[in-house]
Design a protein around this ligand. Structure first.
Ligand code: FAD
Length: 293
């Protein structure tokens, strides 16, 4: 809930990205300086692709239908083309995604100059329950934001305990910063039937939780049907049971990006499979129903 007076504090700024076939082989990310003073980046993406982004422009459209515009595609292509040996053309774009940043409106004249910091604003009318609104924010600072928010809440409700998030690993991230290769090797030792590409993808996406996903599997066949590009039933079930995936789109685009690697028919088969599991869960029958129960 936002008290009425707070709504004007938000500045909506759209940011869009394009994905094209791999433009370079090395694993580095590149930042390009544009002629307009902005920067954009090109990052290796999902093994076979390059991600190029982002744009920054004020958004006043329909928030339920945010998508990249032809102008943004042209902007990213033109600026990236200044740096690559081969140009990036709009027809090279295989996928794009776009979202709107709800930034704190600090009165900056240009969208790209609006602050990316979060701003907490207390709204404590006399005699009424206080409300703290959070504006803006980034994934990189969400823990700091959460702790700042708790400090505000504790001012009213009393201190509940010390801050603890700084060193707490995220789910599946409970191995050292330089421990990826060791974790990958350990997973392959436990599950020798995994090919290198699949093992790498699973550790990258799920970390130590890949073991939960693979469970007692002793062969690839134990992972169930492959819907394409190494997306097996075991992974789909894991995402439905642990990461709230409901639809094929959730799995293919929001959780795994396997959508870049598989075709329409495979996506339709996945949707049919998930819909069957959803139905049996809803009816409380079948294996999925028992698990959900
Ligand atoms: C273009 C763009 C680029 C960005 N770049 C960066 C970056 O480089 N680095 C960085 O650190 N951060 C970046 N951010 C910011 C970062 O994405 C956000 O700070 C972060 O996603 C906020 O996380 P959240 O979980 O609080 O909210 P969200 O990720 O917005 O999640 C909120 C969820 O709640 C759901 N929801 C909303 N209303 C309801 C409802 N009524 N019922 C049920 N569900 C609901 C939404 O569908 C959504 O899934 C970027 C944001 C954008 C838009």
């Amino acid at each position: 809930m936002v008290h009425k007076g707070a709504a004007h504090n938000v500045r909506l700024v759209q940011g869009s990205h394009i994905v094209v076939a791999k433009k370079f082989d090395d694993p580095r990310a590149y930042f390009f300086q544009n002629r307009d003073g902005r920067i954009i980046f090109a990052i290796p993406y999902e093994q076979d692709f390059t991600l190029i982004g982002t744009t920054d422009r004020d958004f006043d459209g329909d928030l339920s239908d945010v998508r990249i515009s032809p102008e943004e595609i042209a902007y990213l292509c033109a600026n990236a083309s200044e740096y690559f040996a081969e140009p990036v053309r709009p027809e090279d774009v295989v996928w794009a995604y776009s979202a709107v940043r709800p930034l704190f409106d600090d009165g900056a004249s240009k969208a790209q100059e609006a602050t990316r910091d979060y701003v907490l604003r207390e709204d404590a009318p006399a005699g009424k329950a206080p409300l703290v609104n959070s504006f803006g924010g980034k994934i990189t600072t969400y823990r700091r934001l959460a702790e700042s928010m708790l400090e505000k809440i504790e001012a009213v409700l009393g201190r509940r305990g010390p801050a603890w998030t700084a060193d707490a690993p995220l789910p599946g991230g409970d191995f050292g910063v330089h421990g990826f290769e060791a974790e990958l090797g350990a997973l392959r030792a436990t599950y020798p039937f995994l090919d290198e590409g699949l093992a790498y993808r699973l550790v990258r996406l799920y970390g130590t939780r890949a073991r939960k996903l693979l469970g007692p599997a002793k062969s690839v066949a134990d992972l169930g049907r492959d819907f394409g590009a190494g997306l097996h039933e075991a992974e789909v079930r894991y995402l439905m049971e642990n990461e709230w995936a409901m639809t094929a789109e959730d799995v293919l685009w929001r959780r795994t990006k396997r959508g870049l690697h598989i075709g329409k028919d495979e996506a339709a088969a996945l949707e049919a499979y998930m819909s069957g599991l959803r139905d049996s869960t809803a009816a409380g029958v079948g294996e999925a129903g028992r698990r959900a129960g």
